[in-house]
Design a protein around this ligand. Structure first.
Ligand code: ADP
Length: 447
């Protein structure tokens, strides 16, 4: 029924108008009551004053006072009667005075009786209308509150609940016909917006799934021939088909390295597809963290040597961790190889481990490399994302390592992240929850 503004206007006009009319009637009654009482009091006063008319002379002070009072008398007939009486006083005519005195007193007695009754009526009317005005005011206040509650607050609360549901992925298509007013219009707009976003998201999800399936099928199909190409290249390099000259050997080395890179990329894609489909089982057992770090550092000594980077290890408490050793090693190796890749010559890369304030095991890899811009610090953990810009040209890599590392750490119940100051270096860290680790002497590690 119309817009909220219009209904609010109607409601306010109705109640304010009624209250004003009732208040006006009350004020009017009060004024009549006051005037009536004044006239009654004057009438009593005149009656007392003119008891002994013989003592009042035409030029006396009392006479002048009565003249003033005369001007205030209402209705006009009373004033007229009183004028005649005063005229008789001033003319000093005893017979006329007696007659007019009697007539005047009779009139006044009638006036007093009528006025007393009228005052009773006015008093009742005043109380009645004043109470009615007050009741209308209260009723208007309650009606206004109910109206605002029903037409504004409740629909807004409903809408905001729907919005929260939408944000928390709990939005349902429950459809209620919105009221034909401003808030109903807002509700309808939000409904269609939410439905459009949901259907777009569903479309994106389907596309993403199709893309992941395609990637994993393509990778699977590529891996088998690549493995045999790599095998053949290795055999050729080992001299099984005769001695190669230096140039051929060089070309074979390049081919073999690139094949290795392709196989790594394909393995990464397959790993990620499995993680996303929740088909990557973790083989968790108690393992020594020290061993894991030592093995990871050893496996990267060659790479660090080539890059002229110093690998260091500090603060390593003797803890055993309940984890999939290979997968956590994969995470650490990825962080270390990135740190080596982005470190300038001669700078150290430091691994450390400690227990943080939340009692989690915190493993950090610190480098003094180029650092990462704040806006890239979250993005680099997404698939195929690299922190590249005009100053940071594209580097060799797939942008998959950190996405896999995040998925693996989260599968272990931990968190992964980075703190970095561009130009000063980065500290990549991951945590493992309290129940995943214990002091080395408390649990037996796997063989
Ligand atoms: P890749 O190294 O194969 O590109 P990652 O997912 O491991 O893939 O890393 C993604 C991007 O994050 C890198 O390309 C680089 O831009 C940035 N990055 C990762 N580690 C570091 C680091 N230690 N210092 C600076 N940038 C880094």
């Amino acid at each position: 029924m119309g817009s909220i503004r219009f209904r609010l206007f109607l409601l306010l006009t109705l109640f304010t108008g009624t209250t004003l009319v009732l208040a006006a009637v009350s004020v009017h009654s009060a004024r009549d009551f006051r005037d009536g009482r004044q006239q009654l009091e004057t009438s009593y006063m005149i009656r007392d004053e003119i008891q002994d008319l013989s003592s009042i002379k035409g030029d006396s002070e009392a006479f002048r006072k009565l003249q003033t009072v005369r001007a205030q008398l209402t209705p006009y007939r009373r004033m007229d009667e009183f004028s005649k009486l005063l005229q008789a006083v001033s003319e000093n005519n005893p017979r006329m005075l007696r007659e007019r005195h009697q007539v005047f007193l009779k009139n006044e007695a009638e006036f007093q009786r009528y006025t007393r009754q009228h005052l009773d009526y006015l008093e009742k009317r005043l109380t009645y209308f004043a109470l009615l005005a007050l009741a209308t005011l209260l009723l208007g206040f309650v009606a206004l509150q109910l109206f605002v509650n029903r037409s504004v607050i409740r629909p807004i609360r409903d809408l905001s609940r729907k919005m929260v549901d939408f944000v928390n992925d709990r939005y349902t298509y429950q459809f209620s016909v919105p009221a034909p007013d401003e808030i109903g219009h807002m509700q309808a707009t939000f409904n269609s917006l939410a439905q459009r976003v949901i259907s777009n998201m569903e479309q994106l999800r389907t596309l993403d799934q199709a893309k992941s399936e395609f990637l994993s099928i393509a990778s699977h199909e590529l891996r088998t021939p690549l493995t045999s190409i790599k095998g053949s290249l290795s055999l050729m390099r080992s001299g099984i088909v005769g001695k190669m000259n230096d140039m051929a050997d060089n070309l074979l080395t390049i081919a073999e390295n690139e094949t290795d890179r392709l196989i790594r990329l394909i393995n990464d894609i397959l790993d990620l597809a499995k993680i996303e489909a929740r088909k990557l089982p973790l083989h968790q057992e108690w393992h020594s963290l020290n061993n894991l770090v030592t093995v990871s550092l050893q496996s990267l000594q060659g790479l660090a040597g080539q890059a002229d980077v110093l690998l260091q290890c500090e603060a390593m408490p003797p803890v055993n961790v309940y984890m999939d050793n290979d997968r956590i090693q994969q995470v650490l190796t990825n962080l270390l190889s990135n740190a080596i890749k982005f470190s300038p010559k001669g700078k150290p890369v430091v691994v450390s481990c400690q227990v943080n304030e939340r009692n989690e095991l915190l493993i950090e890899v610190r480098d003094a490399g180029r650092g990462i811009d704040p806006q890239d610090q979250e993005a680099i953990f997404q698939k195929f994302r690299q922190a590249t810009n005009a100053k940071n040209p594209l580097v060799k890599g797939t942008g998959l390592g950190l996405a896999i590392a995040r998925a693996l750490v989260e599968q272990h119940g931990g968190e992964i992240g980075v703190r970095s100051v561009p130009g000063e270096g980065s500290t990549f860290y991951f945590t493992l929850p309290e129940w995943k680790y214990a002091l080395a002497n408390k649990v037996e590690v796997a063989a």
